[in-house]
Unconditional design. Structure first.
Length: 323
C-alpha cells in the first residue's frame, strides 16, 4: 500500500499526493525567477531568529543546489504523511522547521529558514523556499551556516530531544567565514571557527543526522572518489550511525521515519509499518540506507556514536496509524 492509501487525514483531508507533486514541480521551475522578479531579499526568507514552544521540534534542512531540487519536491508531495506518521514517533506536539541551504560564496539565497509550524501551514512554508539550483561546483556547500543558525538563532524552551536532519550530497567548508557568519546569521565570531566545532555545538542542542544523496552515480555499493571524500568528512563529524546513504529521492520520507524510530526507541514499529506499506524492493532500499543508524551501539563506528536517543512515554497518546 502506498502513502496515498487509506489513513485518517486530519487537517489534510482532500490532499492529492500526485497533484501536490505536480504543483510543487512547477514551483521549483519558477521559484528562482519569480524571486528575482519580485525583488525577494534574503531577509524575506531568513528571519533573524525563530522560536517554538513545541516539546518535539523537528528540523529538516535540504540542500537545494543543482540536482537536489527533486528531494524537497518529494517531501512536499508527502507532507500529510510526513506529519501524521511523524506524530506516531514524536507526538501530536511535533512542529517542523524547513530550511534550504546553498553556497554562500555564489548564491543569492544561501540559507533560507522557515518558522516552526504544523498542519497544512507546512505546505505554505515549504513553498516559500526559493529553489535556486546554484552551488559552486566544488563539492562543498554552506551547511556550516545552517548549523550556526539553528545552534544560535533558535529558541526551543520546552524541547525535550529536538532532532535535526540534513539532506544533501556535498561536504562542508572547513571553516566558517567570519563575514558570512555576520551577514547571514548575525553572529560575530572571534578567531577561527571550524566546521567541526560548529557541528559539535549543534550536536549539543539536537540529535543531528544526514541523509546523503550520492554526489555521483556509482554501480552497486561502490562510491566515487568524490563520494568517499564527502562521506568521510560527515562520518568524522556525526559518526556512521547518524548518516543514511540514500540514492532514491522517493524513499527519503521513509528514511526520516527510520531516524525518528531510532530516536524514540520504536524501530520494531517502524519495520512493521514500512513492510506493510511498501514493496519489497522499496523496503530493501530503506533498510540499506538505515543500516548503520539501526545498528546496536557496540557495532557502531565513528564520532561519539549513539549520541542522544529519546524514549517516548508508552502512555502518551498516539495519532492514528496512517496505513
Amino acid at each position: 500500500m502506498s502513502e496515498a492509501g487509506d489513513f485518517d487525514p486530519g487537517p489534510w483531508k482532500g490532499y492529492d499526493f500526485g497533484k501536490a507533486r505536480k504543483v510543487y514541480d512547477v514551483h521549483v521551475g519558477r521559484s528562482y525567477d519569480s524571486a528575482l522578479k519580485s525583488n525577494k531579499s534574503l531577509e524575506d526568507v531568513l528571519p533573524k531568529n525563530i522560536s517554538t514552544s513545541s516539546t518535539a521540534p523537528l528540523v529538516i534542512i535540504s540542500d537545494v543546489t543543482g540536482s537536489m531540487g527533486e528531494w524537497p519536491a518529494v517531501i512536499f508531495s508527502k507532507l500529510p504523511y510526513l506529519e501524521l506518521e511523524g506524530q506516531e514517533y514524536l507526538g501530536k506536539d511535533m512542529e517542523i522547521s524547513f530550511a534550504a541551504v546553498g553556497d554562500a560564496y555564489s548564491d543569492n539565497y544561501p540559507l533560507q529558514v522557515r518558522p516552526f509550524t504544523k498542519g497544512t501551514e507546512l505546505a505554505d512554508r515549504l513553498k516559500e523556499l526559493v529553489i535556486e539550483g546554484g552551488g559552486g561546483g566544488q563539492i562543498m556547500e554552506s551547511y556550516d551556516l545552517a548549523a550556526m543558525y539553528y545552534s544560535r538563532n533558535v529558541s526551543m524552551p520546552n524541547a525535550v530531544s529536538p532532532i535535526l536532519i540534513f539532506i544533501g550530497d556535498e561536504g562542508l567548508y572547513d571553516f566558517v567565514d567570519k563575514d558570512q557568519a555576520k551577514d547571514i546569521c548575525g553572529q560575530n565570531i572571534e578567531g577561527r571557527l571550524s566546521s567541526n566545532q560548529m557541528l559539535s555545538e549543534l550536536q549539543n542542542k539536537y540529535s543531528v543526522y544526514l541523509v546523503r544523496k550520492p554526489y555521483n552515480v556509482s554501480s552497486g555499493d561502490s562510491m566515487s572518489s568524490e563520494d568517499k571524500k564527502v562521506y568521510a568528512q560527515w562520518e568524522g563529524l556525526l559518526g556512521a550511525d547518524h548518516i543514511c546513504n540514500l540514492p532514491e529521492a522517493g524513499r527519503v520520507v521513509d528514511v526520516i521515519f527510520g531516524i525518528l524510530a531510532k530516536e524514540t526507541g520504536r524501530v520494531d514499529y517502524f519495520k512493521g509499518e514500512l513492510e506493510g506499506r511498501q514493496k519489497p524492493n522499496q523496503v530493501k532500499t530503506v533498510y540499506k540506507s538505515l543500516h548503520d543508524v539501526h545498528l546496536l551501539p557496540d557495532k557502531i563506528k565513528g564520532k561519539d556514536a549513539g549520541k542522544s536517543v529519546m524514549q517516548r512515554d508508552g502512555n502518551e497518546e498516539l495519532s492514528k496509524s496512517l496505513i
